[in-house]
Ligand binder design. Structure first.
Ligand SMILES: C[S@@+](CC[C@H](N)C(=O)[O-])C[C@H]1O[C@@H](n2cnc3c(N)ncnc32)[C@H](O)[C@@H]1O
Length: 199
């Protein structure tokens, strides 16, 4: 177990599913504790839900990511951003997430901008999106996204994971991109948990 308190900042925070995962990691002894240094969300219902679920003050919400400056962000060990998927998802219009596109999904690039601006880059950054982001249609943009992260000093690990491989009764495939600064830790994705059927 790492004895340090993990300082966390999340973007596109929604209702804070990753924060729930951190809570579980704490309960299971993988991390000593974590502290949400800030979150960034614009939807008023999501903000209320987030604060109620995680017992966190609305004062920690920094609001619209496009209005943030990296220089003002507090030091964190971990950033997490499940950026909007509407323009990538098969259920959406698939307009893409090119930086110039100004689509909602292109807001993911705001995290890259902030990583370029911030004084102390977080050691770990987790991006999450729909599995469709790995399709041929979005390959070029995703490669550019990853190129920027590599140039910032991050080693990348990526995978599409399916929720039902991790004891969650739902067919939900999601793309995860894990960025680790200066190769400070080795990482491998957790193996699928063997399913068993009880009748
Ligand atoms: C795919 S959802 C993320 C869900 C989140 N991972 C969770 O656990 O609930 C994307 C979120 O980004 C938020 N969002 C959209 N534009 C934003 C912006 N400019 N700044 C901050 N958040 C934004 C949306 O309101 C939405 O809640």
């Amino acid at each position: 177990m790492n004895n340090k308190i993990l300082k966390v900042g999340t973007f596109f925070s929604g209702i804070g599913a990753p924060e729930k995962a951190l809570e579980r990691l704490k309960q299971e002894g993988y991390i000593k504790d974590y502290q949400v240094m800030f979150f960034s969300e614009i939807d008023k219902y999501a903000i209320k839900s987030y604060c109620a679920i995680h017992n966190i003050s609305e004062n920690l919400n920094l609001g619209d990511i496009t209005k943030l400056s990296g220089k003002d962000l507090p030091r964190c060990n971990l950033w997490i951003g499940g950026f909007p998927c509407q323009d990538i998802s098969a259920a959406g219009n698939m307009k893409g997430f090119e930086i110039e596109s100004k689509t909602r999904s292109s807001l993911g690039w705001e995290m890259i901008r902030l990583l370029k601006e911030v004084n102390n880059k977080p050691e770990y950054v987790i991006f999450e999106n729909v599995a469709m982001i790995t399709s041929k249609k979005f390959k070029t943009t995703l490669e550019l996204f990853k190129k920027d992260l590599k140039e910032l000093g991050y080693t990348l690990y990526e995978s599409v994971l399916s929720a039902n491989d991790y004891e969650i009764p739902q067919m939900r495939k999601r793309y995860f991109l894990i960025a680790i600064l200066n190769n400070c830790k080795k990482f491998s994705f957790p193996k699928a948990i063997k399913k068993s059927l009880f009748i």
